[in-house]
Design a protein around this ligand. Structure first.
Ligand code: C5P
Length: 402
């Protein structure tokens, strides 16, 4: 790691703030340099003197200090950083970040920031589990904020549970991982995942049972490999993966619009189970049952094929377009035909006959299909498969996987 990697560390007001001192020490041992903002709350737990002694630099704390602003304004503080880290990240600063508040130097710097952000949450277990905190964390993750921890264990308040600040060495490890250029750094990826819901009326829809597990795992793997990744997700129970920009949609039409909005991209991976049809007419009011009446007839219209649209030749075509094919027989043969028909570069073809347990399961077994042939990949967890695909993509773009 070159000595030039600069971290802007924000120490917020939690009892674990003292561990941030160790983060600085361990980080400097690994060649990182630190500028530190100590919030008012943080300064209740650690002194500016100990932080500046460990970081070797002046500590910043007061937005309205004229000397600080003259020496280094909050904008410059973030512009000069390669990574912004909040450790410990309290429920309060997480909420402020999620809602865009800027009432001190730390939150103003965070709002003026365009660098990658890593947060290490730390709080009481009940606070951590609170829906408000979880919603704020989900918002931040959807914006691409990386998280490390919290871990489980004894908490300073005497309770036991999730909420413990990640170990300083793990925080430094997460920083180094974010700072190391991954094999896909510089590339832009878009991934579709999950089912689509096609509205019949305001309360009913046509959907399918796709879990989104595979697509979400792929988005996470691409982001972890350094690609700037946009995940376009239908309604799923999967949490937003870290490090991705996540766009939640419902219908195929919305998915297509979001995908086209995410262009230009180098890589497009269509893992969503897009509904082939939608009701041709959307009823504005809930359709009523009529006593003894005929059931309604729902006329269907064909949905756009997102994969085929993205893969069609044109100036915006991503350099690599990958699709999935779920088949129940003659898997490779049918997938080859699909690859040619949809003009995508690769297809991951799986057998989804009920006995395979692929649908909604944690594992997947695919044939990797390109213009030059088919490879049978072993049965892998959906995460392993995603990592293997990311490595294959890195290979394709001539980037070696560290
Ligand atoms: O045609 P079929 O649904 O079998 O093709 C599956 C592949 O096409 C998947 O990659 C899926 O994400 C994509 N697809 C799509 N839009 C559709 C239908 C399928 O992107 N309307």
């Amino acid at each position: 790691m070159s000595a030039s990697k600069r971290v802007l560390l924000i120490i917020a007001g939690g009892i674990a703030a003292y561990k941030a001192l160790d983060v600085i020490r361990r980080g400097r041992e690994r060649g990182l340099t630190f500028r530190v903002i100590l919030t008012k709350g943080g300064a209740q737990f650690v002194t500016p003197l100990s932080v500046s002694a460990l970081s070797g630099h002046k500590v910043y704390g007061d937005l309205f200090s004229l000397t600080d602003e003259a020496e280094m304004g909050h904008i410059r503080l973030v512009r000069e950083a390669d990574l912004v880290v909040v450790a410990p990240a309290t429920a309060d600063i997480i909420a402020k970040m999620a809602h865009g508040l800027a009432d001190d130097l730390a939150t103003t710097a965070l709002l003026a920031n365009d660098r990658p952000v890593l947060i290490a949450p730390s709080m009481n277990a009940v606070m951590w589990a609170h829906p408000a905190v979880q919603a704020n964390i989900a918002t931040l993750r959807a914006r691409g904020v990386f998280t490390v921890g919290p871990g489980a264990g004894d908490l300073a308040c005497g309770e036991v549970g999730d909420g413990r600040l990640a170990d300083p060495l793990d925080i430094v490890g997460a920083m180094l991982a974010r700072l190391a250029p991954g094999p896909l750094a510089g590339l832009k990826a878009l991934v579709t995942s999950g089912p689509t819901f096609e509205a019949i009326d305001p309360v009913r829809f046509i959907g399918n049972r796709s879990s989104g597990k595979q697509g979400h795992a792929i988005a996470a793997a691409l982001a972890a490999a350094g690609a700037a990744t946009t995940l376009i997700s239908g309604p799923t129970a999967e949490p937003d993966p870290a490090g991705c920009k996540v766009i939640h949609i419902e219908s195929a039409a919305e998915m297509l619009a979001a995908a086209q909005n995410a262009l230009p991209a180098d890589i497009a991976i269509c893992a969503a189970a897009v509904s082939d049809w939608r009701p041709a007419h959307l009823a504005n009011q809930k359709m009523k049952k009529r006593e003894g009446g005929e059931p309604p007839r729902i006329e269907l219209a064909t949905n756009p094929d997102i994969l085929a649209t993205l893969a069609a030749a044109g100036p915006q075509r991503p350099r690599l377009v990958v699709g999935f094919a779920a088949e129940t027989e003659r898997v490779v043969e049918f997938a080859q035909v699909k690859r040619a028909k949809k003009q995508c570069d690769w297809i991951l073809a799986n057998d989804v006959s009920p006995q395979t347990g692929t649908f909604g399961g944690a594992e997947n077994e695919v044939h990797f299909i390109t213009a030059s042939g088919a490879e049978a990949w072993p049965r892998l967890s959906k995460r392993e498969l995603a990592a293997r695909l990311a490595a294959r993509i890195a290979d394709h773009f001539g980037k070696s996987v560290a």
